[in-house]
Write a protein that binds this ligand. Structure first.
Ligand SMILES: [Zn+2]
Ligand SMILES: [Zn+2]
Ligand SMILES: [Zn+2]
Length: 159
């Protein structure tokens, strides 16, 4: 569970030193030879605000303040931000990928195939399942990446 620990350490370190997050991001990108350009910053802010958003939704949000930005620019910026680890994507049921900021707590998604609800669960809730896959198959799961399909409680109990 190294990713969990490092995410925690990073967050703890930021808050402990009262780090300005924005500055930290600028540094992080600069270390990787990138600048947090105004466009990248807008795209990142949109993902943070929306959570679980499609590139189209991110573009619509950015256009509220910058009408000129086009979808391919948003795609490109999302890719760049993902390459440097500031955003991640997951596949939540049907439809395209959705992006969320990497500083969110790691969670798995339950997708109700009946009503389409997406339920977030802390990754720890899947520990016994992922541990069994690791013990029995040596497989390291990435449950944050894909939604777990099924039925939510109310759809299951509905006649
Ligand atoms: Zn999520
Ligand atoms: Zn994927
Ligand atoms: Zn449902």
């Amino acid at each position: 569970m190294r990713p969990l620990i490092s995410a925690w350490v990073v967050r703890y370190t930021y808050s402990f030193f009262g780090y300005d997050k924005h500055m930290a991001e600028q540094h992080e990108l600069r270390d990787k030879g990138l600048r947090l350009t105004p466009q990248r910053e807008l795209v990142l802010a949109a993902v943070r605000e929306l959570g679980h958003s499609t590139p189209e939704e991110v573009a619509a949000n950015v256009r509220l303040t910058h009408p000129g930005i086009n979808l391919s620019t948003v795609y490109r910026n999302l890719e760049t931000l993902e390459n440097v680890g500031l955003v991640q994507h997951s596949h939540l049921g049907h439809g395209g990928v959705r992006y969320h900021a990497s500083n969110e707590d790691l969670h798995a998604h339950l997708n109700c195939e009946h009503c389409g609800a997406i339920i977030e669960v802390p990754i720890g809730a899947t520990a016994s399942f992922t541990q069994a896959l690791l013990d029995d198959y040596g497989f390291h799961t990435d449950l944050a990446h894909l939604a777990i399909a099924g039925r939510c409680e109310s759809c299951f109990t509905k006649p």
